[in-house]
Design a protein around this ligand. Sequence first.
Ligand code: FRU
Length: 524
Amino acid sequence: MKFIVNPITVFIILIVLGSCKNKEQKSATTIETTDMEYYMEPYRPQFHFSPEEKWMNDPNGMVYHKGMYHLFYQYHPDDIVWGPMHWGHATSRDLVHWEHKPIALFPDVHGHIFSGSSVVDKNNTSGFGTTENPPLVAIFTYHLMEGEKSGRTDFQTQGIAYSLDNGDTWTKYEGNPVIGNEGIKDFRDPKVMWHEASRKWVMTLVAGDHAKFYGSQDLKQWELIGDFGKDKGAHGGVWECPDLIPMKVEGSEEEKWVLLISINPGAPNGGSGTQYFVGDFDGNTFSTAQKETQWVDWGTDNYAGVTFSNTPRGEHIFIGWMSNWTYAQVTPTEKWRSAMTLPRKLSLKKIGGKYKLFNYPIDAFPIKDIGNLDNEVFLKPDQKLNFEYANLNTSEIVFKTILNDFKIAICNPMGEELVLIFDAENNILKLDRSNSGKVDFHEKFGIPIQEMPVENLPNEAFEVRIILDLSSIELFLNKGQYAMTAQIFPNAPFNTITFENTSSENHSFKRYRVQAIERIWQSQ
Ligand code: FRU
């Protein structure tokens, strides 16, 4: 076997019989730097977006304008638990490095600012700007706390605000709310797009157990044009955060519409998750022939994800909130709480006669090789192979394999491990974080083992990509055909990967790469 090893890093390969467990106990690593303290608190994601401090949930208003990607987000500036919602704001030129901006939208007499979207009103249909300086228009839900507390059902309405200085300052429309409420308790999360075929703005929003569509010429006056979903898809909880996206089926001229719907609870591994439908949109309503429920991501921690509007090449770039309402408010961080998933490119493919939405990280993160094996690595039945590194905490592990019975354990010197189990007989991939570090802050965090049924994976070797940040794992099979995202809180850095062949036949993997991903944060 020939190993190609990057000389700058410590890379030891060992074939051992033992597993990661039963190692000597060492205390958690502490970070001792001073000028590098920014974004260095325990569990602080190094290359994922998180707010400098306090509570964050859903991504909101994601839009590209004048060379800048804007990420707004549900934000509670006074605490690390959910509370009166504002829109926090950050900008990026490359979707990798982010600059924090002042809070964009504050609560007002109509209520707190819940989730929503933004658009570039290029033709100044709203009249808020000019065609030379088109306004950015944010469309969001107002949540009137007093209304909710007094037992009313009409406390969620839709409002708009505009910015003429590329998102720096925002003015609320004096005619708010632009859509009132006739008594629907959960009536929120407007996502707006320009529908060229019918030459109007189309808003998708959710109303408890279904989506509603509204049309407008000016973003101010809205008319109900359709609804979808009472009898379709998963209904284990409330529908939230929709997104309606026109997509070309890859390798063909076929156009379909994808409708993302987050649901809480009712996700396949408990709590919050995002389902999708592939179908058609006729300018008024969405329809689909899809029978089974499809999920964007099978892990516990990818919620409320939607796509950017107005992207330069018309790409569909998705970001989700990397948490789950089941335990989001008690995760073991102190200064801030929650991060976003990596930005992921969505694509639509037809596989085994079914439309399948792929999601896969954008290719923009600076990486550095830690260890590469170009040759195929063979494992006999029951054989285990350990790879040890100085630190695996901010890295990606990529290799190619066919679906077979095998197990990957990513471990630290404290005996904590994150385990992936490939069960080829049942076509299931399992993620076990029960012994991955801190899990006891909530009874449902560690258990049960998360499961992802996989079908129609290629018969030949496909890519497995595992991305680890200080408090997350994102797993992608076959370049995004399947995704699984989960938070983790290990007490020491991971430093070992064990591959174990649990089948009765020889098993191999190839093109094994381990790459460090560069930290994106610098004191601002
Ligand atoms: C989804 C959600 C949205 C709502 C927002 C409130 O996580 O519940 O439906 O607008 O969070 O913060």
